[in-house]
Design a protein. Structure first.
Length: 288
């Protein structure tokens, strides 16, 4: 099994700790898939500055391949945040730097490379929407993180993404269960093969055109203090998707409720373990 993260990379600067951590939605999913025992790679653009070198070295240390990545002149993406009572608080970002300003376009060579994977992941933070038709036509399952912002939930935006996605993820901690079900149903109606909502301590919901499945969050029975929640949603998605693929998920194969239920449990387990990791996947260094 092979998983590809396509799109964003960024440095997360924790101002309360004075530490930079590597991350990015597309990078994180690749790293978490690798930790689950599958082959993983990342495809995207790095800045040519010191933060870009730091990102490349950190991702390579996770045994995630970067054979087809590109380094461009310009600054790397940088977000600033702090942690309050185990919860991350974003303070700002620089727009993603050259990674987002000059993203990769899928030429025939890269399409051939992408076609060697079983699953490709991207997100709203990657500015990859124009590439989704090529991703969908190249063969792998496609999943896309729609995040939590209202601008990515308009009918026009969903129509750009959902017809080309086998799975979309929506962060719905701020919505009640009825509103979450309605949003997932809309995503499926607009073409997504499956829609997944993470709802923090309220668990998660997955929906296809055939069924809806709800699962609780995993509780912290040991009482260990959380380190922070950075990457928990990405870890849930990786655990969920890897579980589905291992169970035989394909674009042409309807999934039984029991398979989805198991995948939700696996996603919750992955998210729980992520709560005790500093940053997205460790590898922090003092702010220079």
């Amino acid at each position: 099994m092979r998983v590809l993260g396509f799109g964003d990379n960024i440095v997360d600067r924790f101002v309360d700790r004075g530490i930079d951590y590597p991350g990015g939605n597309s990078v994180n999913v690749a790293v978490y898939a690798r930790r689950l025992g599958v082959q993983a790679a990342y495809l995207g653009v790095f800045g040519d500055d010191d933060l870009g070198r730091f990102l490349r070295e950190s991702i390579a240390a996770q045994n995630v391949a970067m054979d087809h990545c590109v380094v461009r002149a310009g600054e790397s993406g940088l977000s600033t945040l702090r942690v309050d009572d185990g919860e991350r608080v974003f303070l700002g970002w620089n727009g993603g730097g050259v990674t987002v300003r000059e993203p990769l376009r899928l030429d025939p060579r890269l399409v051939s490379y992408v076609s060697s994977f079983d699953l490709v992941h991207s997100s709203v933070y990657s500015r990859s929407e124009s590439e989704l038709p090529r991703l969908a036509a190249s063969g792998p399952l496609v999943m896309f993180d729609l995040s939590s912002e209202d601008e990515y939930r308009t009918p026009s935006y969903l129509d750009r993404v959902c017809p080309y996605a086998d799975l979309v993820l929506l962060s719905c901690s701020h919505l009640d269960e009825a509103a979450t079900h309605a949003l997932l149903a809309e995503a499926v109606d607009r073409g997504a093969g499956m829609a997944l909502a993470t709802r923090g301590v309220d668990g998660a919901i997955a929906r296809t055109d055939r069924c809806g499945v709800t699962a609780p969050a995993r509780g912290s029975g040991e009482g260990k203090p959380l380190v922070d929640t950075m990457g928990c949603g990405d870890a849930f998605l990786a655990g969920f998707a890897v579980s589905l693929v291992r169970a035989g998920w394909s674009a042409d194969t309807p999934l039984h409720e029991q398979v989805i239920e198991r995948a939700l449990r696996d996603g919750a387990d992955a998210a729980y373990e992520q709560c005790f990791v500093e940053g997205a996947f460790g590898h922090g260094r003092p702010v220079g």
